[in-house]
Design a binder for this molecule. Sequence first.
Ligand SMILES: *Cc1c(COP(=O)(O)O)cnc(C)c1O
Length: 403
Amino acid sequence: MPKINENFLKLEKNYLFINIAKKINAYIAENPDKKDNIIRMGIGDVTLPIAPCVVEAVKKGAEEMGVKETFKGYEDSGAGYDFLKEAVAGYYKSFGADVKPSEIRISDGAKSDCGNIVDIFSDDNVVLITDPAYPVYVDSNLMNGRKVIYADCSAENGFCPEPDYSVDADLIYLCSPNNPTGAAFNKEQLKTWIDYAIAKKAIIIYDAAYEAFITEDNIPRSIFEIDGARNCAIEICSLSKTAGFTGMRCGYTVIPDELEVVASDGTVVNISQIWGRRQGSKFNGVSYPVQCGAAAVFTEEGQKQIKENIKYYQENARIIGETLDKLGIWYTGGVNSPYIWLKCPDGMGSWEFFDYLLKEANVVGTPGEGFGKNGAGFFRLTSFGDREKTKIAMQRIEKLLSK
Ligand SMILES: *Cc1c(COP(=O)(O)O)cnc(C)c1O
């Protein structure tokens, strides 16, 4: 009989979205007439369709697959076609980050890379993760029995914690702009983490999934805009939120050639090479039509079209923020992020506020507690919804909370 990896038994049950669904269903069962009145602002998924030029590129890619002369089977490296890696490198260059196409690996999204990258690191590493955080970072390390320690985020530090030199870590997860808090590190703040990582000989795993939502000048889109990052950072990004690819699946991970660690016998190990070896064994690449669609995102026309969608979400975020400002409610995010992370009014707990909003305003958000202990008393609203519904939801919240 096989022995199970018992670390899985120690994981928190994934109660958050199940509990939310249960509460909504129970409310609808008691108030069937309210069913269609409920506005959902809890989801972390995009709702606008893929840009037209991306659709065309995917179609063209699919048609090539149906013709003998242009048919493609397995990709040689599984790391992505050159045309896409070159497009991604060109995009990095546009905001001043120098990344070579050969340092980029195309993936089926950021979640799998964030979770799988730890395969190349020993189980006795200490992993530092912000609290609250995207659950993938914690779970994928606990699955291997790694020790996880936390960097506390709070209203006092604007949910952008500073490194604590009295703490030793080997791997550090940073996500900026952040899910769930919407907070984003500025260049100086991110530099303090790079300095810390270099001092501790640690590696930063930087999740840039929301870089396309950045509007402010001093917020870096990539960790590779900052000096020193090439010696201590891996960046993971995705087209999921950037271009509505949550159902298409495409992302990319950047590992600089310089990134190295020293093995126990003194051998210098190149991280990019080891990750390539891991991916080569367990991953066969992203489908050709999807890579064609992804490359279209980085064309001039593609950038124009995806920015239309991002602007739509940003305007929703502005509407949410405007209401919270009127109500005097403290929040982060919304400016460089599709997420608004607010302090529950009147000292309410996350779930208490969830219930209150559901019953009194028929609006659904996400209780902050679901992302870590420091999320208690906070609440996440997303701007990924419909404009009209967002407006109605915020009118209801304004009416309810200004009573
Ligand atoms: C949505 C999201 C991603 C993207 O995941 P995909 O697997 O690429 O869809 C990555 N990181 C964070 C923090 C996210 O919220």
